[in-house]
Ligand binder design. Structure first.
Ligand code: ZN
Length: 339
């Protein structure tokens, strides 16, 4: 089969990879219908993470081709959505709603779903079947649920977005934009996006943002305080993962408020004294997307939400290298790969 391999930073190729097979009785093998490139794939692409001949991709939707002997919840022919972490969905951590930290969690990125087929471990716990075969126009939204929508949603939940709240979102990539969508669905009163890019501001407004702040860092925090009677937001979603974005999120949150951090942290160090006196709640990490998948699939199936709008470029799998370049150069918010 064909799959994406990153040989080194900036060196992405689509090449022949070994076909996946059932290895454990709890596995499924799916034929990938669509995959995509994640903002987090840009970390190794830019040399911020080590990478050497790695299969790529952790977001996926597809049709089950084969299941192991112990798989009960999905069957060949089902259209399925799964999270970027495989999880058993039965251990204590899973049952508490933290499937991405399952005691048996396996990162799908190590298996590489930017490919024609993929092995999904712990299929019963990981995969959720859609109510039927989706119309083609629903596929991008279902794919978004696999990571970026689920991650933005968790960011908003972790930040306790809800009725009467002012929610601010740091980061205008796909996850930040979906945090806006989530905050709107969760009933937030006012939703502020920090963004300097006209195309992303437009999409944020479509998803429910009421205000845009173009400034970043402490200047952005000052603008947000102007909008909130000097207090800061009740809820702030951090969707970048840098020192600057994390401090912006903490400083933008009022005392007693909540920060939901979902940007993969890179060299973030929190100053204890400032954190102590901020009086904010911090919660985040790799999103337990599996917790939200049934609800998100239903919202998409009923056409209540259209998170697939975040894909502004579609390329065949064979052109994945151009997709990486386009996202790296910010010519695309998020690239969908048709398989
Ligand atoms: Zn578990």
């Amino acid at each position: 089969m064909l799959g994406v391999v990153m040989h080194a930073p900036g060196d992405v190729r689509v090449e022949e990879r070994e076909d996946p097979k059932i290895q454990y009785p709890t596995d499924a093998v799916i034929r990938v219908a669509a995959a995509c490139i994640c903002g987090s794939d840009l970390w190794p692409y830019r040399g911020a993470d080590d990478v050497h001949d790695a299969p790529m991709g952790h977001e996926y939707v597809g049709v089950v081709e084969e299941v192991g002997d112990e798989v009960r919840n999905v069957k060949p022919g089902d259209f399925v959505v799964g999270s970027f972490f495989a999880s058993d969905n039965t251990c204590e951590i899973c049952r508490a709603g933290y499937q991405s930290r399952c005691v048996h969690a396996e990162p799908m990125g190590a298996l590489g779903t930017q490919a024609q087929r993929a092995r999904v471990p712990l299929a019963d716990g990981t995969l959720v079947a859609t109510p039927g075969m989706p119309d083609a126009d629903l596929v991008p939204s279902l794919l978004a649920a696999s990571d970026v929508l689920g991650t933005g949603w968790f960011g908003a939940v972790a930040a306790e977005a809800g009725p009467g709240k002012t929610v601010a979102v740091v980061g205008d990539g796909a996850v930040g934009l979906h945090a806006v969508l989530a905050a709107k669905q969760l009933g937030a009163e006012r939703i502020v996006i920090f963004s300097r890019h006209a195309d992303r501001q437009r999409l944020a407004a479509e998803f429910g943002a009421t205000d845009v702040i173009a400034e970043r860092g402490d200047e952005g925090v000052a603008k947000l305080k102007d909008l909130t009677g000097g207090l800061g937001a009740h809820s702030v979603v951090e969707a970048v993962g840098t020192q600057e974005s994390m401090m912006q999120a903490i400083r933008a949150t009022r005392p007693g408020g909540h920060v939901g951090y979902v940007g993969v942290a890179h060299d973030v160090a929190l100053p204890g004294g400032e954190l102590f006196f901020s009086g904010v709640h911090l919660h985040g990490g790799p999103a337990p997307v599996r917790r939200f998948l049934p609800e998100l699939i239903q919202l998409i199936w009923d056409r209540t939400i259209d998170p697939g709008k975040v894909f502004d470029r579609t390329l065949p799998l064979a052109d994945a290298a151009e997709g990486y370049r386009a996202m790296d150069e910010r010519r695309a918010i998020k690239v969908l790969l048709t398989v």
